[in-house]
Design a protein around this ligand. Structure first.
Ligand code: SAM
Length: 269
């Protein structure tokens, strides 16, 4: 049976479902619905591998047959999700791109409460203070996944990890890495029982990241893109380190610095 015969078909750009999915580009809408948009079969596959079926699967009428797409349809259906077939123009409208992915998924957001984290379950964790750039956050989530980190903790007023831009930059790791949101005050209190080293990163630190003692599990604390790590959080670190700046640049991009730190903290793993 063809998709058109089997599933609900939407062809109107002004259809309510289209409007609702497109609205997921806005944080207010994501916060209200607790959902987010992930684009492309790779993302859908990563989600399914983590046991996360979409609430809604949108399949372009021009989507090529693929075993992963069949699996996505079967698992969406089994989980009680909605499957809709849409036109290319609708995919363009939803993704705000000229060359959209032909399969999109609407997923539930997931946050792990701070108290539920088990520090010893991974050699390294990342905490970010007021990260503002969605591309940076997505790249950090991807890097944390690649390096085998336990999760990413967002402290204070951070960009939404479930924004379309951040999700795209994770390349699917958004489904694999635990994400936690907390305040600076709650983090400071929780950090007291951290069993390993808490390592802050500051441009004014005198200790190099290579010479610091890092006892596992290592909690790497990164600062805001403009202001850096605040004194409040630097003060609760066991050590603050600097990655040497050998050329004319005065700092590294936040995501790059995080990559250097998490691999330094885990290079004997
Ligand atoms: N103007 C900011 C400052 O004075 O800290 C620059 C912030 S930097 C672009 C963003 C974050 O990346 C920093 O807070 C720190 O966590 C990390 N970072 C960047 N370069 C670093 C370096 N050379 N050593 C340690 N951390 C670094």
């Amino acid at each position: 049976m063809s998709d058109r015969a089997e599933y609900r078909v939407i062809t109107s750009l002004t259809n309510d479902t289209v409007k609702a999915v497109r609205a997921l580009h806005m944080r207010k809408e994501r916060d209200q619905t607790g959902t987010f948009l992930a684009e492309g079969l790779k993302f859908i596959g990563e989600a399914l591998n983590q046991g996360r079926a979409p609430r809604m699967l949108l399949v372009g009428e021009d989507a090529r047959p693929h075993s992963l797409l069949d699996r996505a349809k079967a698992e969406t259906r089994k989980a009680g999700g909605d499957i809709v077939v849409v036109t290319h123009a609708i995919l363009e409208k939803i993704s705000r791109r000229d060359n959209p992915q032909t399969v999109l998924g609407v997923f539930d957001q997931a946050y792990a409460p701070l108290e539920s984290l088990i520090p010893t379950s991974a050699p390294c964790w990342v905490a970010l203070e007021q990260v503002r750039d969605p591309g940076n956050l997505g790249a950090i989530i991807r890097t944390a996944d690649a390096a085998g980190c336990g999760g990413v903790i967002l402290i204070g007023d951070c960009v939404d990890p479930y924004s379309v831009e951040a999700v795209r930059a994770t390349m699917g790791s958004v489904f694999a890495v635990s994400i936690t949101k907390t305040t600076a005050e709650a983090f400071v209190a929780w950090r007291r029982s951290w069993p390993g080293s808490v390592v802050g990163t500051r441009l004014d630190a005198t200790v190099s990241h290579r010479s610091a003692v890092m006892q596992k599990p290592v909690l790497v604390l990164m600062g805001n893109e403009q202001a850096g790590l605040t004194n409040q959080l630097a003060a609760v670190c066991d050590v603050n380190v600097k990655i040497p700046m050998r050329g004319r640049a005065d700092s590294l991009n936040l995501a790059i610095a995080t990559g250097v730190m998490v691999y330094a903290a885990t290079d004997d793993v």
